[in-house]
Each structure stands twice: as structure tokens, then as C-alpha cells.
Design a protein around this ligand. Structure first.
Ligand SMILES: [Zn+2]
Length: 413
């Protein structure tokens, strides 16, 4: 990609490659197209280059070759997120070759390690080590986009404005143990089980951000059912517990309304014929924007209410999720383009229950928005799974959309 950019006219000092000695096969690049207006703050295009593991033997087609079939591009990363990476590089090349001089400086950061815990995370590294290189008024990233009705028609477009933070905790119980032929009630596994049952039944308090309030109002109004009505009611009156109960029946909306914590891994005991000396569980929390890692830990301790259950943080410790503002200067141009490209289709602001690299940029004061444009199907397009695919129309219409969107933002500065 550096070679593509340079052959399009970017100079050596416009393209910075980065990596660290401990991870020689990982790394990324930052490319810069200088703006004409000194007072305009730069904007940043962000994309991760790495993908989730794919097992060749499980796939119908080779996951590591780009295969075009039935109007789709197939291949690991086709949707998450090489289509957008390619779009960003393509846009930077077109801008350069056409002699386009934006008001704002446009920066592109292509990074690594987004999909794998403990990998070398390029976005985090840039934020911590080269913040001046990526400094920007805002960034565009994955996480937004459209959905079809399953038959190729786009029915909704979304812009991601904020996400929850993922943090793991370890619950652990210890016990003197002994011979399993003479058991007693006091038992590390039972004690952990009791704690997990309390965790299952613990509901974190409901919260709204500007984004989720706007989401429930807009997405609710677009539905003609009881759920839609409850979504609208809740957006106006967060205290309406009847509406909350209806909305929370949807597992995604339930998670959009609060911090959630769930047991994901279990270990315990050391022999079939011994009373357990230790039992432990991993608890994965998705922390609501503004809530802290420590506050969530304290809530777990209080919910479990057993001083013998130790609750500790499992690294890596994530920064607090900062919700980006629902800024009209960002939402307005996106709405304008959605109306042009997809007449009659609503643009809905969303808060992701999953996590992206946005959290590392938000930690250094760069609001991150998941851009609309390209779209997926209701079945999820095999993202993180088998036979990942993206429709050709989504890639090419999405490219035109994002080219226009970047220009609207770059010239507005
Ligand atoms: Zn991704």
C-alpha cells in the first residue's frame, strides 16, 4: 500500500511505516495529504489490516484468495475490514492524482492487532507513541454502514457514535480442600457457583447516551410494533420501567442500555477424588460509556456479596469508553449523502456493544465515528466466521459514498 501511495505521488515524508522490534511481522502505515487551510484541523481515516483466524479446511473457498462469485467478493477480511481499508487507500490515491487540495489535512492510519488480544495493537501504539502523527479533529472508522433486507435492498444506514469497553475480571475462591469421601458444604466450587448465580441475576442500571437516545427514538419510530413504541417511549422517558422491560427483551438492545457482565470461562478442582482447593471463572464485562473499570469491579463485588470470592482485573486494562459527541457537523453531511445515495433510507446513530480501536483514539481526545456507506446483509456476511463476503455493489457504491463523505468533511474545515 505504501508503494501504491508513492507511485500515486506521495513523497517519502508523506508516508510513515511503523512497527516494533518485538513484532517484526506486524505494523502499519500513516499517510498524509496536506490541507490548504492552516486553521483547519486534520481528519483521520482509520482501518485495521489484520483479520480473525480462518481455517482453510473449513471454508468452501480459499479464505486467503480474493474470489468473486455471484456478485460477492469472498475472502477472510472481505467485510471486516479490507473493503474499507482498500477504499481509504483508493481515496487517498484519487485525491492525489486529481490534484485535490482539501481544506483539512487528511490522514490515513492503517493498523494491526485489532482482532487479537495481546497482539501488537497499532492504533494503541500510535496513540501512545506518535500522537502528533495521527492528531485529528475526528476520525472515521469501521462500525457504521448499512443493512439490506436480505435481497440486496438497503433498508437502513447507521453511523457509529461510541462503543462499550470490554474488560475481563477473574472470580476466584480458595478452600483447604480434603478427601472427597468426607465432603462438607464449604466448597470452593459451590462458593464460586453461588457467586456466578448472583452474577447471572444481577442487572446493571439502565443508562442512555445522546447516541442511544437518538437511536431508540429513530429506530423505534421506523418500526410499527410494540417494541418500536417502547423504544420511542424509553427515549423520551428513561424512567418508564414497562417500556424498559419490553426493549430489554431484545438481547442487543438490552446490552445497549447498560453495562453487562457474563461468565465466559471456568476452571476448578485438581482431582476426581479431592475437594477443590480452588475454583475460578472469567467474567467478561462490556462497560457502558462513562462507567469505569474500577466502578464495575466494585459493582461485581457488591452483587456477589461474599468476601471469600476474590474479584480481580484481568489485563489488558482498557481505557474508559468516552462517547463521541453527536456532532451536527459530522451527522449532517452523512445524512445529506444517505438521502442522495439511498433515498428514503434513515441514517441511525448507533452505539456498538462490541469494541473497536476507536477506544484508543478516544482516550487521546479524538472522537471516532463508524462511517455509513457500504452495507452488509442480515446474516452478518460471515464476519469472524465462515465464507466471509461483501457484495460488489456494497464495495463500489460504498467507495463512491465514502469518497464524497471525506470530501464534504475535508472541505468543511
Ligand atoms: Zn474490524
Amino acid at each position: 500500500m505504501a508503494a501504491h501511495l508513492k507511485s500515486a505521488g506521495y513523497g517519502d515524508r508523506d508516508v510513515t511505516l511503523f512497527s516494533v522490534p518485538e513484532h517484526p511481522k506486524e505494523g502499519g502505515l500513516v499517510a498524509i495529504l496536506a490541507g490548504s487551510k492552516k486553521t483547519a484541523k486534520p481528519m483521520l481515516l482509520l482501518g485495521h489490516l489484520d483479520v480473525v483466524e480462518a481455517k482453510r479446511e473449513d471454508w468452501t473457498r480459499d479464505p486467503f484468495a480474493l474470489i468473486e462469485e455471484n456478485g460477492y467478493f469472498y475472502g477472510r477480511g472481505a467485510a471486516d475490514m479490507k473493503a474499507m481499508d482498500a477504499t481509504w487507500v483508493d481515496a487517498m490515491i484519487r485525491f492525489k492524482q486529481s490534484g485535490y487540495r482539501p481544506h483539512r489535512t487528511i490522514k490515513l492510519a492503517l493498523t494491526c492487532g485489532e482482532e487479537t488480544t495481546f497482539a501488537f495493537n497499532g492504533a494503541q501504539w500510535l496513540a501512545n507513541n506518535r500522537p502528533e502523527l495521527i492528531s485529528a479533529a475526528f476520525a472515521l472508522n469501521e462500525g457504521g454502514g448499512g443493512r439490506t433486507d436480505g435481497h440486496g435492498k438497503v433498508v437502513v444506514e447507521s453511523i457509529q457514535v461510541g462503543e462499550k469497553a470490554s474488560q475481563n475480571y477473574r472470580l476466584e475462591t480458595v478452600n483447604a480442600g480434603g478427601h472427597s469421601s468426607i465432603p462438607i458444604r464449604d466448597n470452593a466450587i459451590y462458593e464460586l457457583s453461588d457467586a456466578l448465580t448472583k452474577l447471572r441475576d444481577h442487572e446493571f442500571p439502565m443508562q442512555l447516551t445522546d447516541t442511544t437516545r437518538a437511536f431508540f427514538a429513530k429506530a423505534g419510530a421506523a418500526r410499527a410494533d410494540e417494541l418500536g413504541q417502547a423504544m420511542v417511549t424509553l427515549s423520551k422517558n428513561p424512567g418508564d420501567s414497562a417500556a424498559e422491560a419490553i426493549v430489554s427483551k431484545d438481547r442487543s438492545y438490552h446490552s445497549m442500555l447498560r453495562t453487562t457482565c457474563v461468565a465466559t470461562l471456568l476452571e476448578g478442582g485438581h482431582a476426581n477424588n479431592a475437594l477443590p482447593q480452588r475454583a475460578a471463572a472469567n467474567v467478561n464485562c462490556r462497560i457502558f460509556p462513562g462507567d469505569t473499570v474500577e466502578g464495575t469491579q466494585a459493582a461485581l463485588v457488591a452483587a456477589i456479596a461474599d468476601p471469600n470470592v476474590k474479584v480481580t482485573l484481568v489485563p489488558p486494562i482498557r481505557p474508559i469508553a468516552v462517547p463521541p459527541p453527536l456532532d451536527p457537523a459530522i451527522i449532517g453531511p452523512a445524512e445529506k449523502l444517505v438521502a442522495k445515495y439511498f433515498p428514503g433510507v434513515p441514517l441511525v446513530p448507533t452505539m456498538s456493544t462490541g469494541a473497536t480501536d476507536g477506544i484508543f483514539l478516544e482516550a487521546i481526545g479524538i472522537p471516532v465515528y463508524g462511517a455509513p456507506g457500504g452495507w452488509g446483509d442480515p446474516d452478518g456476511n460471515g464476519v469472524h466466521g465462515l465464507n466471509e463476503r461483501r457484495s460488489l455493489r456494497s464495495v463500489f457504491v460504498g467507495r463512491d459514498f465514502l469518497n464524497d463523505l471525506v470530501k464534504l468533511y475535508a472541505d468543511a474545515g
